[in-house]
Design a protein around this ligand. Sequence first.
Ligand code: GP0
Length: 812
Amino acid sequence: MTDSQAAAPTALDPRPALASAIVDTLVHRIGKDAQAARPHDWLAATILTLRNEIIERWMESTKAAHAAGAKRVYYLSLEFLIGRLLRDALSNLRHNDEVAAALASLGVDLAAIEEIEPDAALGNGGLGRLAACFMESLASLDLPAYGYGIRYVNGMFRQRLDDGWQVELPENWLAHGNPWEFERRESAYFVGFGGEVTATTSGQVHWSPIEAVEAVAVDTPMVGWRGKRVNTLRLWNARAFDPIKLDRFNAGDFEGALAGQMRAETLTRVLYPNDSTPAGQELRLRQEYFFSSASIQDIVRRHLQYFGDIRTLPEKAAIQLNDTHPAVAVAELMRLLTDFHELSFDEAWEITRATFGYTNHTLLPEALESWPLPLFERLLPRHMQIVYAINARLLREASKVDGIDGNAIAAISLIDEGGERRVRMANLAFAGSHSVNGVAALHTELMKKTVFADLHRLYPDRINNKTNGITPRRWLQQCNPGLTGLLVEAIGEDFKDDAARLTALAPFANDSSFRERFAMVKRSNKVTLSTYIKDSMGLTLDPDAIFDVQIKRIHEYKRQLLGIVEAVALYDQIRSHPERNWTPRVKLFAGKAASSYHTAKLVIKLANDVAKRINADPAVGDLLKVAFVPNYNVSLAEKIIPAADLSEQISTAGMEASGTGNMKFALNGALTIGTLDGANIEIKDHVGDDNIFIFGLTADEVAEKRASGYRGRQVIEGSRELAQAVNAIASGVFSPDDPDRYKGLMDGLYEHDWFMLAADFDAYAAAQREVDAKFGDTAAWGRSAVINVANMGWFSSDRTIGEYAKQIWGVM
Ligand code: GP0
């Protein structure tokens, strides 16, 4: 497997060679022969064999960057939601057919072993998955880059549904070992916590931490499209310096002897399962500092090794902060530059700001990270001093600007003085970066107007937009081979190298025979998904019904509840008017709720209660089915998205920063029903108003309504359909075992309805009836679906990364 371009057999048929290479790996690396091998052994042998080629390309990439003296991109993220890697690597190296044939000759089914690879689920949702798409695009665009994060032993929890309630189980993705990773014992760093700071008379500052762990690098190769480049994802593992205290052990104190190791391991044990709200625990701040410190030390070490002079750091390193989770890295770099490299504060600050960029992912005020000052100071006493010094400088600068008054100063400060004093990580990240970006056009505009209004007045050139994207390799080529094959037949292979070329598909929207084949691909994907749902949940679906899908983290602002209430209303309508020509509909939900988010968990239970009742009612039969598919993750998304007809993107306007699932669906030929929120707006601009179903309040209207004391009651009482649905749920129609289960949830809609569910309900229901009508017109629906695919190339993460590279990082 040396030629990345061609899978075709050469004169010397490579198949037997490849098959024997896999068997050789199986025997010598796994220690099993072909007779004894279990599926996991075949998986490991296949990965290890493929890895040889990846390693060679990896080394070439590293050497080339070094030889060129290239600037490197460092993407710091507490989350990387990678999913499986085998299919991704095979497909990007274009070895799929070859490896499938070699395994088949050994009696092994490639698809079956791909399916048992565990998901690397080191993330919660969109933010973590974006980081994974970015890593793939960085390699595909041949940009030298490192991702830095934490190697959690237990990533995202596995979700089980017990009688419709979410139960969280630990996911042990490393149970069978991880053939993709390489531990780098030589890349290990000291990370300290606590203790005290002293200063000599000459001003030399010395921090003596009271506690320390060692951060050890574990590297995973990230293969770009066509194997052009292989970059490194470097995840940190924590180890005690002294794994066992022998004196204690010998004295009989076995637990005490191992306590240090336990404490270190706890640091990298679990991913906090919070999405869009900070975890707030001390362990979380420790995780943030642990990985930020190790990463910054590693970056500085590499820079000095290659370039010698710390002053040239911004010319050779661009560090991007994925949200504020790594924001303490700003203070850490300042510490290294001033305390160890003896730069003046001013010079260090200039270098720091020129090196960092910060990406914001949410405006939810409760989601902005801040740490109680006493906690921050106790854990990071030297960083606390640095934060104060940065703040003094920042506020001095601010006070010189016209129009910045006392209130603005308070908002700009790195220290929140209202109530318990707290360190504001977003302000630290903003102040310490030369670029601050939002993730969709509307989101970026709202950043300027709301949370960052005063910092924006102070630094009006800093905020910029980088609309999110998704990698079309995983989210089209790999997850939807049927559609990919059809696209190749129609417009050739060009789109695989440049997603913008998908526009060549536009004329085919008017070609009825193409539309038929397009519809056949969609139907076949729906049959495959139906089989999965039948096997895993015992529910039979009609593949000719419209597959209406809402899959994402469960959050009130994402309004899964709106989708459920509408399903209940539709159920009423179908029963009351059985004579109407209803479009058969399957409503699919999936997603995890943070373990402490009670309302989100109740919404999951409601979806399940509603599903149970509707699916068992002969009065609706196949006209309406509802399913909540358990354990949503990247691999499940890869199964569901290619089978979707309708993509639900129905957040309260102004609240979803971007969304990225919305892009995946449209790229796979689903039409969107959505609000004017996040990237939905840009999707609408690209696919055209006739090919998307937009409804509901705008962000401005939501803000106005909230300001004028809106309450849901009036709206509910004025809408028959909504009132019936809400009252049915509230009175226990769907929860006869506990009639009051949803009373509080429904009261919330009457009393405050912060997320404007009632306000948007009628518009949403009307849009759904438009959906029904259009789905019945096969030609019209097919035309719109094809136009969606043709215009989604712009949402490739290659485009996004190209913008970051040119406008923020200066590497293109
Ligand atoms: C935003 F603040 N996002 C957060 C967070 O803690 N977790 C998270 O996943 C998401 C946004 O909600 C988003 O709109 C966005 O597209 C994504 O970050 C990547 O920017 C959901 O898809």
